[in-house]
Design a protein around this ligand. Structure first.
Ligand code: ATP
Ligand code: MG
Length: 440
């Protein structure tokens, strides 16, 4: 029997890789301008880290983690998200003494045992961004703005389409004001208990806020009439949220206040947000995040408020490039063209095999993608091969031109060719590189 990949785990073929790499590079470029520093945290952590941070009674910890005992019988979990690991790292490395704000990002795979469907995988990638500093509405506005900037970056030259993303905001209150709301919500939900789905019935005791996020129609109907947190916020939370919204209003950053927005992790307090995209179907949240002001101290560190977000790379890619069902906004072909050889070297005769080898080395030093097949075939058959590989240029090394100190450079897309004179191979590579880079 053939061995297949695990359900919900995806291979990345070269064409996937270019697409994702393109997005990751754009994101990294923007993160740099905001002075975020890249880090790497382990994929595997002690199970306890996630139980204590995300929360024992959350769906993620109860149903979605890949948890197992290793050969030493230690309980380990494949990370379902990155925030907990970053907090663990900060505490362990004592990074509190560093100048504030602390600004980190990391890119990598996360693992959740969910039901695979469009936009929902079991191994998926996140671009995770975290900011640790005192409560400051400007820094908070800045990091949410950053999330929007990253998502829209591939569309910067397509202004009309930059509206595909909508920002939703809510405040979840703090340990001072949330319990009262939770109590009122619970009272309301208990009254409507019979009509809740089975999962939500079990959430009642353990995680009632999560019911607000249920995607089942009957639950949605009940939730639509539930009390909203906004009416229970304490003065501090109210003011904090108001300050943030004022900055957005002033900056003309559009947002929707969604008083029933919640997140599936326990550590969030005060501001939370989601960015949704058109054309993604049911799983339309591309990025999500919020404040987790008490997490560091709960994990044994000092008090240091924080806010962060994660972009789901695969969902972001669908919102930009489309998928089997939807045409994307950006043409993927342009980006896939990066995978095609810049130069295909055609060698006409045995004597040129070694010359081709040398020339390719020089061209590669010029950062050109080169292909040489070292076949003694006719010009026609080699050009056909260049075409099949979608090479942008063919470089023909043949007896007649070589004698006169030149080679033929053929632009395969335009079907035109010219002779290039040269002194030595290095000089030739430089000339070709200049030409190719100017034309493409
Ligand atoms: P959702 O309920 O929309 O799946 P979530 O609240 O579980 O999201 P977060 O933990 O906030 O998601 O993760 C941030 C982002 O990571 C999501 O907005 C989404 O883009 C992506 N993401 C989360 N789970 C998955 C998954 N199983 N497959 C693919 N992407 C995911
Ligand atoms: Mg989820």
């Amino acid at each position: 029997m053939k061995i297949q990949a695990i359900r919900g785990f995806k291979d990345w073929l070269p064409e996937d890789f270019v697409k994702y790499e393109y997005l990751i590079e754009l994101a990294k470029g923007i993160l740099k301008t905001y002075n975020y520093k890249e880090i790497k945290i382990p994929i595997l952590e002690k199970t306890e880290l996630f139980v204590r941070s995300i929360g024992e009674f959350t769906d993620i910890v109860q149903k979605e983690t890949y948890t197992f005992q290793d050969r030493n019988k230690d309980f380990l979990t494949l990370r379902p998200e990155a925030t907990a690991g970053i907090c663990r790292m900060i505490i362990e490395k004592g990074l509190f003494v560093n100048p504030k704000p602390l600004k980190f990002f990391t890119v990598g795979p996360m693992f959740r045992h969910e039901r695979p469907q469009k936009g929902r995988l079991r191994e998926f990638f996140q671009i995770d961004v975290e900011l640790f500093t005192e409560l400051n509405p400007f820094l908070e506005a800045e990091i949410i703005f950053l999330a929007l900037e990253i998502l829209k970056a591939p569309l910067s030259f397509k202004n009309s389409n930059s509206e595909i993303y909508t920002l939703e905001l809510n405040s979840l209150g703090c340990p001072k004001c949330r319990p009262k709301y939770k109590e009122e919500l619970l009272k309301f939900l208990e009254k409507n208990k019979e009509n809740l789905c089975e999962t939500c019935k079990s959430r009642l005791k353990r995680n009632p806020l999560r019911i607000l996020d249920c995607k089942i129609e009957t639950c949605k109907k009940i939730v639509a009439k539930s009390p909203i947190i906004t009416e229970y916020l304490c003065e501090d939370c109210k003011n904090h949220f108001k300050n943030l919204k004022e900055i957005f209003d002033f900056m003309k950053i559009k947002y929707i206040e969604n008083p029933r927005l919640v997140r599936g992790l326990d550590y969030y307090v005060r501001t939370i947000f989601e960015i949704k995209a058109k054309g993604l179907g049911a799983q339309d949240t591309v990025a999500a995040g919020g404040r987790y002001d008490y997490l560091l101290e709960e994990l044994g560190g000092q008090h240091l408020p924080a806010i962060g977000f994660a972009i789901g790379l695969e969902r972001w890619a669908i919102s930009i490039f489309g998928d089997e069902e939807n045409k994307g906004i950006l043409d993927l072909d342009n980006i896939l063209d990066r995978l095609n050889p810049d130069i295909f070297i055609v060698l006409l005769g045995k004597k040129f095999l070694i010359k081709g080898f040398q020339l390719a080395a020089h061209l590669r030093k010029e950062d050109l993608r080169c292909e040489v097949t070292y076949e003694e075939k006719s010009l026609k058959s080699q050009l056909k091969n260049a075409d099949k590989l979608s090479a942008k240029y063919s470089l023909i090394l043949g007896e007649e031109e070589w004698e006169k100190g030149s080679v033929i450079l053929k632009n395969m897309r335009k079907g035109v060719q010219e002779n290039i004179d040269f002194k030595n191979l290095e000089d030739l590579a430089k000339k070709i590189s200049k030409k190719v880079k100017n034309e493409t």
